[in-house]
Design a protein around this ligand. Structure first.
Ligand SMILES: [Zn+2]
Length: 345
């Protein structure tokens, strides 16, 4: 068992010559792969630079994965959404409040087409090695604890489109209270947009690698988040995904939590013959003692994780989500990346 990929995310896809310098710095930090966070604005305005930036990364020896970052607020990410700006419908709706939410409903044909158009353009017009599905999710609930009642019973999506699909399938009106049919409906529909798009990407480029990264949640008998991708068996068993990944864990959480999530991530990936990936929190917050980074990387390696990834380049330096010591954090991640890659060779 060895870690074979060390990735870092990167935003601001504007000038090839600027990206080149940053890519060199990534290589100096032991990164094998760059995950380009592509926004709706990048696609709409900066697109001519994107294929060239991908080619430049390849020229320098980096693998390139494309992350449709925060698109429609379907995925994780701080970017603003042109889809939501340009469409007043096709939004998720709170089941109990009935309110339209600032999240695209990915079960509508409108958003499915919009998202697929972006991805297929990237698949056709760039030489990227694959795509990264970054924390796809329904707006609500975020935390739903069946033993304690949780913060709220609100959930989404109960828009007219989801209600129609649900009634067609189950033969009764979609309830306002989440039941087993609603859970199953949400899992199935949530997977459709990603599987359909992944399948079409692979038709264009059969070697395109798809990573599906879901929230690192307990999903136990007692506690689950119900964001739509919390049924890990359904996600990891999808024939259209190659890598099963789980998201960043805050540094202050107990070591046991890191261990449990990582163990279950690796087990789930192995069960379905996929590669496993774990993330490192490389922006906004940092550990009190930077040695925790070394320990977490050791844990990931010991438990058999195939791939490491960190968000984001230079610890988020220059953004509102910079770590307190962004460059120190970035450097420590880089030292660990080089360490695990050296151990491999
Ligand atoms: Zn909906």
């Amino acid at each position: 068992m060895a870690i074979t990929q060390t990735a870092i995310s990167y935003y601001g896809l504007n000038y090839v010559e600027h990206a080149e310098k940053d890519f060199q710095e990534m290589l100096d930090h032991g990164c094998t792969t760059v995950i380009l966070a592509i926004t709706e604005f990048d696609m709409d305005f900066w697109f001519p630079s994107i294929p060239k930036i991908v080619d430049k990364a390849h020229e320098l020896g980096l693998r390139v994965l494309l992350d449709p970052w925060g698109i429609g607020k379907f995925f994780g990410g701080e970017q603003v959404s042109l889809f939501l700006q340009n469409n007043i419908e096709n939004r998720q709706v709170g089941a109990i409040s009935g309110e339209k939410l600032p999240f695209a409903c990915f079960n509508t044909q409108s958003f499915r087409d919009y998202f697929q158009r972006i991805c297929l353009k990237l698949a056709r017009e760039t030489t990227a090695d694959g795509f990264f599905w970054d924390e796809p999710h329904y707006a609500f609930p975020k935390s739903y604890a069946s033993i304690t009642g949780g913060a709220s019973d609100e959930w989404s999506c109960r828009c007219p489109n989801c209600m129609r699909l649900f009634k067609n399938y189950y033969g009764y009106e979609m309830p306002k209270t989440m039941n087993d049919d609603v859970k199953q409906f949400r899992w199935r529909e949530a997977l459709f947009i990603l599987e359909d798009t992944s399948r079409k990407i692979k038709e264009i480029n059969p070697n395109s690698e798809i990573t599906c990264c879901v929230h690192a949640t307990l999903n136990s008998y007692y506690v689950t988040e119900y964001r739509g991708y919390d049924n890990w068996d359904m996600v990891a068993s999808s024939p259209y995904f190659d890598v099963f990944s789980t998201t960043i864990i805050a540094w202050h959480l107990p070591a046991d939590f890191f261990e449990e999530i990582t163990r279950r991530t690796v087990e789930m990936a192995k069960k379905y013959g996929k590669k496993s990936e774990r993330w490192i929190f490389g922006y906004y917050k940092q550990p009190t003692d930077f040695a925790q980074i070394d320990k977490v990387v050791d844990l990931y390696e010991r438990l058999g994780v195939d791939r490491l990834a960190a968000w984001t380049y230079r610890g988020g330096f220059g953004t509102v989500l910079a770590a307190p010591d962004p460059i120190k954090l970035w450097d420590r991640i880089g030292e660990n990346y080089k360490r695990v890659l050296d151990a491999r060779s």
